[in-house]
Write a protein of this length. Structure first.
Length: 92
């Protein structure tokens, strides 16, 4: 399944953040968007993801995979935004 980013919203303070990411399926543009909620976590990977779809919580669900990839990129790019360093985000 190919997903297209529809919306990304993050709110930060000095060490915490929360937000959501929404995806649409370009093959089914009229379907309800997949929505994943994002919240701060106190341990690696420093964020927690929750799919709005209760049946879509598995880490292998495409929306969860994409949300995880996006968050790792964003937090690795600017870790100081949440009081971390680049060492907290090792590159694969």
């Amino acid at each position: 399944m190919t997903l297209q980013l529809l919306s990304l919203t993050l709110a930060y303070d000095d060490t915490r953040f929360f937000g959501s990411v929404m995806f649409t399926d370009p093959n089914h543009p009229d379907d309800k968007p997949a929505t994943v909620l994002i919240d701060h976590a106190d341990e690696s990977p420093w964020f927690r993801l929750t799919n709005v779809d209760p049946d879509g919580q598995a880490p292998a669900v495409p929306a969860m995979v994409e949300a995880d990839r996006i968050m790792r990129f964003l937090l690795g790019y600017a870790p100081e935004r949440i009081g971390r360093t680049t060492a907290d985000f090792p590159q694969p």
